[in-house]
Design a binder for this molecule. Sequence first.
Ligand code: HEM
Length: 139
Amino acid sequence: VNTAPDTDDAADPGPTPYELLGGDEAVRRLVDRFYDLMDSEPEFRGIRALHPAELAGSRDKLHLFLCGWLGGPNRYLERYGHPMLRARHLPFPIASAERDAWLVCMGRAMLDTGVPDGLLDRLLRSFFQTADWMRNRAD
Ligand code: HEM
């Protein structure tokens, strides 16, 4: 909350997605649901296979990263430095099918954890931009 007396309200960007979701614990619930779905649903077998057998590290990193990506504390940056996401994903073949599977999995995780419609649509569009930028193989 900005309490500066001469602040122009029109410049207030409003609550961040991080705040709208419900903060750290809500982001953790979302990430846990995302990886639980990826780990159990046959349709996500392809992207699941790109990940390590044990998902604990993937859960922790995506949680820390998303807190910052959603406008909250940038804890990934503090711990690991700049994420260089595209470079970090280069070892994994990502074409449209993998991008779309990731987005469907995240969309379902948002539904399952009760993210409100308007916020869900807005986040899905942002996730699409990032996921699309991660594509590194032709279809
Ligand atoms: C487009 C489809 C995507 C696929 C197939 C994919 C797959 C992967 C895989 C296999 C890893 C390595 C997991 C590990 O080392 O534990 C990873 C790491 C990661 N991914 Fe993705 N990913 C995708 C999109 C995204 C998107 C859209 C985001 C963010 C919005 C994201 C954020 C991350 C982060 C933060 C890490 C951890 C990086 C690190 O510190 O090593 N990924 N991803």
